[in-house]
Design a binder for this molecule. Structure first.
Ligand code: DGI
Ligand code: FE
Ligand code: FE
Length: 189
């Protein structure tokens, strides 16, 4: 699928603000893919579709999680996590994207997962540092992303976990498992 077709499909699913975020993620993902040697075309499509399910009704997302063998414990955690795996399912079903690497990059763009692929890391980080993002710590992660994808990713996860801690929110175990996996892979100082 080409960029224009994908953007048209996504635009009707999103608010203007979220669509602009998506354009920012797309440009950032292409740059990161180029820099770190991921497939730029897959990065482009995964980024365009990454928040496809963001505005689906909670009931519909819940039903998809229960029906599609998506880990059901997800329902016990923040519903902000749901749009990622539900998005992977809907992007295949409704937009006809079949590439499993693209679908997995969408699926794991919020929680991460242990042993993330290069493409998954690129999308996770692009989502975090795209130019429209403004929150404490984002500038530091942008700087780290210039030099080391894994170091930047760990910092982004730490910031997200701290953010959730401060708000007394539960943290999905895969977020910790992702952190552990990056630390254990020995590529972090
Ligand atoms: O969809 P976006 O707003 O672009 O960003 P996102 O897909 O990373 O998800 C939004 C939020 O989900 C993120 O800012 C923090 C929140 N969240 C809630 N619980 C968890 C969580 N994020 C992670 N990684 N782990 C959680 O347990
Ligand atoms: Fe998202
Ligand atoms: Fe996003």
């Amino acid at each position: 699928m080409n960029r224009e077709t994908a953007l048209l499909l996504v635009k009707e699913q999103l608010t203007e603000h979220r669509y602009l975020h998506t354009l920012g993620v797309t440009e950032t993902a292409i740059k990161l893919a180029d820099k770190y040697g991921a497939d730029m075309k897959k990065a482009e499509l995964a980024a365009i579709f990454h928040d496809y399910a963001k505005f689906r009704p909670k009931d519909e997302m819940k039903q998809i999680i229960l029906e599609q063998g998506i880990p059901g414990n997800l329902l016990d955690f923040n519903n902000e996590l749901w749009h990622a795996p539900v998005g992977a399912y809907l992007v295949e079903k409704e937009a006809g994207v079949k590439d499993i690497e693209i679908l997995d990059a969408i699926r794991y763009h919020t929680s991460g997962r242990p042993g993330m692929t290069l493409l998954e890391k690129v999308i996770y980080l692009a989502d975090y540092i795209e130019p429209g993002r403004q929150f404490p710590g984002v500038e530091e992660v942008r700087g780290l992303a210039e030099n080391d994808l894994n170091v930047a990713l760990v910092q982004a996860i730490k910031n997200t976990v701290s953010f959730l801690f401060k708000r007394n929110q539960p943290i999905y175990p895969d977020t910790f498992l992702t952190y552990n996996s990056l630390i254990e892979s020995g590529r972090i100082d």
